[in-house]
Design a binder for this molecule. Structure first.
Ligand code: EPZ
Length: 423
């Protein structure tokens, strides 16, 4: 097991290259099941979750080549349309193979992903949407058994809530359905736009990606294409917060300020000075003052739930107070007790956390509980006085490519070391 030691107190100064988005790459990889011929992805981040998806596609019979940040996929000889529990439970986004499998092969047996630390994470919107497209679906023994022997048929699907991966699953399935599909109340995340752009490169006919109404005209087949993964907006916001919490200045490259509209507005209100650059932006603290700002997480373009924990870390050092309300997931405050171990003053009432600013955090031993909570503890450790030791860092490895290297090159004292198996 690995741990990470962070010696706090050094401002982050320098430039960080943002990687491709994990949450774009995962559906883009699953889309490889839809097309015939060679399909090539570039700017794919090297992360544990990506490896999990590659393993899943490989067991379906895809021929996959991985060369650094480039992944080639050929799904012309699929041998198996079952996504087994032991792979799906490792990475919930494995559910994204369901739509492509049923659309292209007319059959799929995908394990229910189960919940995770941040919530029960049901997939009812995925299932009901596929049933609207004509799939016969039966849940048994923990699996989603889906069949559409005569293919899927386009339909108008009004989704009861905004769901990113349900939108992605249904978008992919609809590309090969007969006729027109309209997705109403679709998610509007940039990763949806990126997926739609790639699918159009394969020959799909899609309008409205990035809005809450997406219209798809089904086609007979899709052909492999080449596509570069969009920049990771969550990583972008994470390092932007890192600049402010350490009172430093960072230039973030290979990204775009427009990917984080509400988050950047909140950071500006907190006192950050942000300047756009030709391929990203620079951000720095404003004379050491972090102003408390209130945050409510919402679907894009609202404040991203995946940035809530990182923002909370920043707000622990604000002048005044900040009310942070989590509206997307039912249990996404697990970083609160860990931040409290570092001296933060946070009171949780239901889905809201009142953060009263303190003058300083102190390093401590803390435990990562989920992907985004873990990086909020890294940010807090970078700002704290003294040493912070973070355990269960496998959570970090799911979503942040080369985290230690990127931070070390900007002056952080951060190192990973191995310990015997943890309790
Ligand atoms: C995606 O998860 C992201 N994962 C999550 O990022 C992100 O937090 C989330 O969207 C919200 O932005 C990927 O893209 C791989 P949802 P997803 O369906 O699609 C409920 C990270 O840290 N819901 O948009 O699973 C659900 O319980 C991860 O990178 C249903 O009730 O999230 C939640 O309350 C964490 N039924 C809300 O909708 C469904 O069928 C939004 O979830 C689907 C969702």
């Amino acid at each position: 097991m690995d741990r990470i030691l962070i010696r706090g107190g050094t401002p982050l100064n320098g430039s960080i290259q943002i990687s491709g988005a994990k949450n774009a790459a995962l559906p883009l990889l699953a889309a490889g099941l839809l097309c015939e011929g060679q399909y090539n992805l570039s700017n794919v981040p090297q992360l544990a979750d990506i490896t999990s998806m590659v393993d899943l596609l490989t067991q379906h019979g895809c021929i996959i080549s991985v060369d650094g940040n480039n992944i080639g996929i050929n799904s012309d000889n699929i041998t198996n349309t079952t996504a087994p529990y032991d792979l799906v439970r490792r990475m919930r986004a494995s559910i994204l193979v369901l739509g492509p499998l049923i659309a292209r092969f007319g059959v799929a047996r995908v394990s229910l992903p189960g919940g995770c630390a941040i919530g029960t994470r049901p997939v009812d919107v995925h299932i009901k949407g596929l049933q609207k497209l004509g799939a016969q679906i039966e849940l048994s023994e923990g699996y989603i058994n889906a069949s559409a022997p005569n293919g899927l048929v386009g339909a108008t699907i009004s989704m009861p809530m905004v769901s990113v991966t349900a939108t992605e699953n249904l978008l992919m399935a609809a590309t090969l359905a007969k006729g027109e599909t309209v997705l109403i109340n679709a998610a509007r995340e940039p990763e949806i736009i990126d997926l739609a752009n790639c699918l159009k490169g394969m020959g799909a006919i899609i309008e409205g990606a990035g809005t809450d109404r997406i219209i798809i005209q089904g086609v007979e087949k899709l052909n492999g294409t080449s596509h570069s993964v969009i920049a990771d907006r969550i990583e972008t916001a994470t390092y932007a917060i890192g600049a402010i919490i350490t009172q430093g200045e960072l230039t973030l490259t290979h990204t775009d300020l427009s990917l984080i509209p509400t988050v950047s507005e909140a950071l500006a209100r907190a006192g950050a000075i942000i300047k756009e650059t030709p391929n990203g932006f620079s951000i720095k603290a404003n004379s050491g003052i972090i102003t408390g700002v209130d945050v409510i997480t919402e679907p894009y373009p609202g404040f991203a739930t995946d940035i809530q924990a990182q923002m909370m870390a920043l707000m622990t050092l604000c002048t005044g107070a900040s009310m942070i309300t989590e509206t997307i997931f039912e249990n996404r405050f697990m970083h609160v007790p860990e931040l409290a171990r570092m001296g933060a003053n946070i009171t949780v009432h239901g889905s809201s956390a009142l953060v009263r600013g303190v003058s300083q955090l102190s390093g401590a031993e803390v435990m990562a509980t989920d992907l985004r909570a873990s990086v909020s503890l890294v940010l807090a450790g970078l700002a704290a006085k003294g040493d912070t030791v973070l355990s269960r860092v496998y959570h970090l490895d799911r979503g942040y490519e080369k985290l230690e290297q990127k931070l070390t090159q900007c002056g952080a004292h951060i190192e990973r070391y191995k310990v015997a198996a943890e309790a």
